[in-house]
Design a protein around this ligand. Structure first.
Ligand code: GTP
Ligand code: MG
Length: 381
């Protein structure tokens, strides 16, 4: 029945002059008239016999990207929307872009993925106004998630810190949680928020907005993307114009890879969906990073992998000892078959294990790789 719940915001179409027309038979759930010429004693059987309620045509198609957990992405504000688009581009169809204006929306996103919050045409970096507008429309957001996303377990909320809309995203937190529990979800809301570049932080409004967002999400599971770090990693590799799209795409691919690997089986060591959920539900900040090591004969492979993931991560470096740590390695069958490399991989896990309270690890085989690939997540910081 959930799919027949009508949005309170839908214009209700009342049938014209239906007042005086009394239906002859009984009207069934599908609105069709039913023959009532026989006894009523057994009419209950047909109550269970209805065609399933027609799927809501606004329901977004299922995700095509492989993932160990059922999830959706909600981008709030301009930057959040662009980040969300990067996930949509990878096949996460359960993606919704929420904004207070139609103007700063990324191109190439079909209309059904947009949710325009009425009441203000943008909030012009005013986070207090952003919070008012968003929280006034909490029910609209909640309702749209139910009708367009349907049932998922995990909700990733993406927002650019610094602006007025994205920085206000936590004001709909209760609505998001209500939506999740109303669909019987077993996951949580995970925030992915950006920190403005050094140049942008010189502006006090941007700095304050960003600070307020970071304070809002501090006790929720969240990932901070440091735009300064990210831009520095990409400077010289892509032009100004392509900087954010390239950065967003890289980040989305990194997260998508984690979601996918947790779905795959490994003949060596599997990081499964329960492990992933354990990490994602850890309150506090998460850091995600990856690296590739071409020379696997390196003596201190453990520190090379761990430090490499931290150094090339778009997230700020780990601030303290993490509660949970994940080390996923993707190796070629040759590497896995080499006893020397295998020993070093074991040592690498102990190295990371010594730096986190609970270590989750996985080793996956792939045929053609540029080297040994490591993806690490440190959580609960
Ligand atoms: N990583 C990343 N960060 C972005 C991107 N676009 C914007 N940002 C960052 O997000 C910050 C906030 O900008 P917006 O998201 O456009 O602001 P907004 O949430 O729409 O807020 P208002 O326009 O004031 O309503 C910027 O200062 C940038 O630091 C993007 O595509 N990727
Ligand atoms: Mg904006």
């Amino acid at each position: 029945m959930a799919s027949s719940v009508k949005s309170t915001y839908d214009p209700v179409e009342y049938p014209k002059s239906s007042k005086n027309k009394k239906p002859k038979g009984k009207i069934t759930m599908s609105g069709k008239e039913k023959d009532t010429s026989y006894d009523d004693d057994f009419d209950f059987v047909e109550a269970y016999d209805e065609d399933p309620a027609a799927a809501d045509e606004r329901m977004l198609p299922e995700n095509e990207a492989m993932s160990a957990i059922s999830c959706a992405f909600v981008g709030v504000g301009g930057g959040g929307g662009k980040l969300a688009k990067a996930f949509l581009d990878l096949g996460f169809n359960k993606t919704l872009l929420v904004n207070t204006t139609e103007k700063d929306q990324p191109d190439g996103v079909p209309e059904e993925h947009f949710l325009l919050i009425p009441g203000a045409d943008g909030v012009g970096k005013d986070v207090a106004l952003g919070k008012d507008v968003l929280s006034d429309n909490g029910a609209l957001v909640e309702d749209s998630l139910r009708t367009r996303i349907g049932k998922v377990d995990w909700l990733f909320v993406l927002a650019g810190g610094g602006g007025g809309t994205g920085s206000a995203c936590y004001s709909i937190h209760n609505s998001l949680e209500r939506y999740l529990s109303s669909v019987g979800s077993e996951g949580k809301v995970v925030y992915i928020v950006t920190k403005p570049s050094a140049q942008e932080l010189l502006n006090p409004t941007i700095a304050d907005n960003s600070k307020s967002l970071l304070a809002d999400v501090v006790n929720s599971p969240h990932i901070v993307i440091d735009n300064e770090r990210q831009l520095q990693l990409l400077r010289g590799k892509v032009g100004m114009l392509g900087m954010y799209p390239a950065a967003n795409k890289n980040f989305a691919k990194l997260i998508a890879q984690v979601l996918k690997l947790a779905e795959e089986n490994s003949p060596i060591q599997t990081f499964d969906s329960k492990d992933l959920e354990k990490c994602l539900s850890q309150p506090g900040r998460m850091m995600v990073g990856s690296t590739v090591v071409r020379d696997v004969s390196s003596r201190d492979l453990g520190s090379t992998l761990y430090q490499g993931c931290i150094k090339s991560s778009p997230c700020p470096a780990p601030s303290k000892r993490s509660q949970t740590g994940v080390m996923l390695l993707v190796v070629t069958p040759e590497m896995a078959g080499d006893p020397d490399v295998s020993n070093k991989i074991e040592a690498a896990f102990s190295y990371v294990g010594g730096r986190t309270n609970t270590l989750f690890s996985g080793v996956y085989l792939k045929d053609r790789l540029p080297g040994l690939i490591a993806i690490s997540i440190l959580g609960g910081m």
